[in-house]
Write a protein that binds this ligand. Structure first.
Ligand code: EMZ
Length: 383
């Protein structure tokens, strides 16, 4: 099997029943597997809330390790809209030419480093490095700060064995508290200062709210971006012909970015808590239990996507939900898309082939479903 292949473990459950079931720390989850149901349920925040106990909509649940609400992600409309409006412009900055010029420099440096080394371990020496460096642009802080973030590793709430780790979360929380205090003492042009100065319903955001936005900014775009970047490298190692095609047809790169996000689905699913007894796919779900919107399964739904298990670089109809769907769709998507687009363009310009020397898959265990989401290790030679 090709190293970049991500099999679809949900096919038969999706086609037979439309849902799957998994346990998670004694708080089971009914997973919605069809694109149509995932989209429909994403809209229905009154029945499927995001505003549960902090950490409970994440699968695996983070209830045991955090009590700060992430904003706007763990808030429902109408308040959700107010928070979202507040941060939306900031998160659209990656569309600006000067932002893109700076991002290109960062991407080119990381690719140059990969080319100059005999071999690299892609997750740590490429993807984590690029993710953290690019985040300095999103936060508008100096590049050197990324060194601290790189030291935290690929996940801020999990340690290497994948176990949820409260001590690790505390490192992020202390760090953010200190940064907020620094910005209060000495306001600048960084994201903390901008949030502290902003108003919601005629009042300033509280420190706790600023912290909630910052935690999401650090946590939500970390392992997801790292998986997307690492999987992109694996993909081009298996498909040098795709690099050649994209070099000749750079105009399809935007479509390729969407297709890779669909195929990789870096975030497998996101939960909601059921507010009243209801039915999903003819299956009863009780109030105060959890469902999840399984983006990874929905993105392989043959009722919507032709040849769903193939990467079609210029796929025409691509209504994927790799960045979520409805009001909670990914706030960081503009930044993530720009990173991938810049990476692909840079690879077509500078790299002819990538050889994988060693790999270890990262397989998520979701009840009886086992899903490869990326790698624990990927050693590569860039030429
Ligand atoms: C949460 C989540 C957000 C969660 C869009 O996803 O990402 C996860 O990686 C974090 O652990 O806390 O931020």
């Amino acid at each position: 099997m090709k190293v970049s292949k991500l099999p679809d473990p949900f096919k038969s459950a999706r086609e037979d029943k439309g849902y799957g079931e998994m346990d998670d720390q004694n708080d089971p989850v009914t997973m919605l597997l069809r694109l149509k149901d995932v989209r429909k349920s994403a809209h229905k925040y009154q029945t499927f809330t995001s505003e549960a106990k902090p950490g409970r909509i994440v699968v695996p649940s983070e209830v045991a390790i955090r009590d700060v609400r992430q904003i706007p992600f763990e808030v429902d409309p109408p308040m959700h809209r107010d928070y979202r409006t507040l941060v939306e412009d900031w998160f659209r900055r990656p569309n600006a030419p000067d932002y893109q010029a700076k991002l290109s420099v960062l991407v080119e440096e990381v690719v140059a480093l990969a080319l100059s080394a005999d071999k690299i371990e892609v997750i740590n020496e490429f993807s984590l490095r690029l993710q953290s460096r690019a985040l300095t642009l999103l936060l508008n802080v100096p590049l050197e700060i990324s060194k601290t973030w790189i030291d935290w590793g690929t996940h801020v709430f999990r340690s290497e064995g994948e176990a949820l780790d409260g001590n690790k979360a505390a490192i992020l929380y202390d760090y953010i508290d200190k940064e907020i205090d620094k910005a209060i003492a000495n306001p600048g042009e960084d994201m903390y200062s901008v949030l502290l100065a902003s108003e919601i319903n005629g009042r300033k955001l509280t420190k706790e709210e600023v912290k909630g936005v910052m935690i999401l900014t650090f946590a939500g775009g970390r392992d997801t971006v790292i998986n997307a970047l690492t999987n992109t490298i694996a993909y081009f190692s298996d498909h040098p012909e795709s690099l050649i095609r994209l070099r000749r047809e750079p105009e399809i790169i935007d479509k390729t970015v969407e297709e890779l996000i669909r195929y990789f689905s870096p975030l497998t699913h996101m939960g909601r808590v059921v507010t009243e007894d209801t039915v999903v796919c003819e299956h009863a779900v009780k109030a105060d239990t959890r469902v999840s919107l399984c983006w990874a399964s929905a993105n392989r739904d043959a009722a919507v996507f032709e040849r769903p298990n193939e990467v079609i670089l210029d796929r025409k109809m691509n209504p994927h939900v790799g960045f979520g769907f409805s009001h909670h769709n990914c706030l960081g998507a503009t930044h993530a898309r720009q990173i991938l687009k810049t990476l692909i363009r840079t690879l077509t310009e500078k790299v002819s082939s990538i050889e994988i020397l060693e790999s270890e898959d990262n397989i998520e265990e979701l009840g009886h479903f086992k899903r490869k989401v990326g790698f624990h290790k990927l050693v590569a030679v860039f030429s």
